[in-house]
Design a protein around this ligand. Sequence first.
Ligand code: ADP
Length: 200
Amino acid sequence: PAAMRWLAEVMEVTQLQAEISEAVGRITALLDSARQYSQLDRAPYRQIDLRELLDSTLTMLKRKFGEGVTVKTVYDETLPPVPVYAAELNQVWTNLIVNALYAMQGSGTLTIRTARENDSALVEIGDTGVGIPEENLDRIFTPFFTTKPVGQGTGLGLDISWRIVADRHGGDIRVESLPGDTRFQVLLPLTEPAADEPDQ
Ligand code: ADP
């Protein structure tokens, strides 16, 4: 019986070892993909022509525009390439344009403008929609702040956009809004930010 107990214990330990080694395997795979993911994130940091980025976002969103929306682009041809994480910035343009379309409820003009402002590139996304009441201007970048009906807005779009522009690119977002004239201005430094350190 003692030998049997010993055998049972050995088998239990072996089973435990197998489970531990399987768990370690799974954690290793998870860490691997997390590492790849963050490298992927960093890889696209490169000098890029903003027109290219904006045009590709517009092409991607074209089907959402509807007949009543006119799109105007006014690009500064002399603007030099800007060092950016292209995929992340496409997310910013997407968030801002989808908000603009929502504010126009199917009809109006979406204006995308680029310009140089001191040592930054400026991208302005303007719409002729309802506008943002003054009392909301301070709150729109707060996570989960939304005026959209339940299920239609997460209130995260501007929070995420802000993080991408400010934390990842060392830039800034400004907003000016009157009924019929809302402008989101994204400023991106033309020099590479020193902030590109791995997250802690
Ligand atoms: P969501 O779009 O999910 O509501 P956002 O963070 O993108 O989340 O936007 C927060 C709020 O800011 C919107 O619900 C809306 O009230 C306001 N907003 C953002 N962009 C515009 C715009 N172009 N015109 C009017 N209101 C806007």
